[in-house]
Design a protein around this ligand. Structure first.
Ligand code: KIV
Length: 293
């Protein structure tokens, strides 16, 4: 009798085995809050397709951000501004399938792209619903105080929210480039006010991108209910995120100062991801003197 079961050893590659299924429980919103409360660092990587998402999940990366950085690393755009909601939906679905096929542990965050939440709270809800129905567990949106009402509106409707302050790449033209944010006293104060407002509005996570390490440490301490996830923001955040291609050393340009190439000593993609998880958990990445401002 011939089997109709799919052959896992296809010529197109196989998905990785789970690392230790018995001890790995799916990440949920309460688990993220628990990790934050007990000071366990939260690991995040970007993911854009099923295979890399499955490998990251098997390697123990807790949260996968389907970032609109895919516009730059997958589509070859010069910024994230050209990424559409339909493109984000496609990649969220792919990542969701990859995670489900292997282990089903990672928490998936769908990035709301430029123009999909700026008009109104209702528009933001409709866009968020598209990504949630594609398999996201949470959505991310960029910006300060003006996004607080939208955040509250989404949270009240059952959509967990990750906020994003500091360098917000969708505003690259307004910011005059990919620059460190919060360097002046006034901008640091504004960032702190925005962070508190977003926590009050119900954001569970807050990405802090390219802000001075001392400022992100201060913001992290001020937010007991909202875990900061740093990228170029020093070691004292509640968690860390890197763009997948950067930490694997396969981006086209020079790596930014805040990146470490985890592939260099790892020998495999999964090994690189496991090394990243270990380094974030034990606080050996990032190193403030090397990867922060
Ligand atoms: O789009 C993205 O990948 C991001 C991260 C850099 C935080 O927003």
């Amino acid at each position: 009798m011939t089997s109709t079961a799919p052959n896992n050893a296809s010529p197109y590659g196989t998905l990785p085995p789970a690392s230790s299924p018995a001890t790995r429980k799916p990440i949920s919103l309460p688990r993220l809050h628990e990790m934050h409360a007990r000071g366990e660092k939260i690991t995040m990587l970007t993911a854009y397709d099923a295979t890399f998402a499955a490998v990251a999940d098997a390697a123990g990366v807790e949260t996968l951000l389907v970032g609109d950085s895919l516009g730059m690393v997958c589509q070859g755009l010069s910024s994230t501004v050209g990424v559409t909601l339909e493109t984000m939906r496609y990649h969220v679905e792919s990542v969701h399938r990859g995670v489900q096929r292997v282990q089903g542990t990672a928490w998936i965050i769908g990035d709301l792209p430029y123009g999909s939440y700026h008009e109104s709270k209702e528009q933001a809800f409709r866009s968020a619903a598209v990504l949630m129905q594609a398999g996201a567990h949470m959505v991310k949106l960029e910006g300060g105080g003006w996004t607080a009402d939208t955040t509250r509106f989404l949270v009240e409707r059952g959509i967990p929210v990750c906020a994003h302050l500091g360098l917000t790449p969708q505003s690259v033209h307004a910011l005059g480039g990919y620059r460190v944010q919060g360097k002046t006293e006034a901008s640091a104060m504004q960032l702190k006010r925005d962070a508190l407002e977003l926590q009050d509005a119900g954001a569970t996570l807050l990405v802090l991108e390219m802000v001075p390490a001392a400022l992100s440490a201060e913001v992290t301490l001020a937010l007991p209910q909202c875990a900061t996830i740093g990228i170029g923001a020093g070691v004292d955040t509640a968690g860390q995120v890197l763009v997948l291609h950067d930490m694997l050393g396969v981006n086209l340009g020079k790596n930014a100062k805040f990146v470490r190439n985890f592939m260099a000593d790892a020998g495999s993609v999964r090994g690189a991801m496991e090394a990243y998880v270990r380094a974030v958990k034990d606080g050996s990445f990032p190193v403030n003197s090397e990867h922060a401002w």
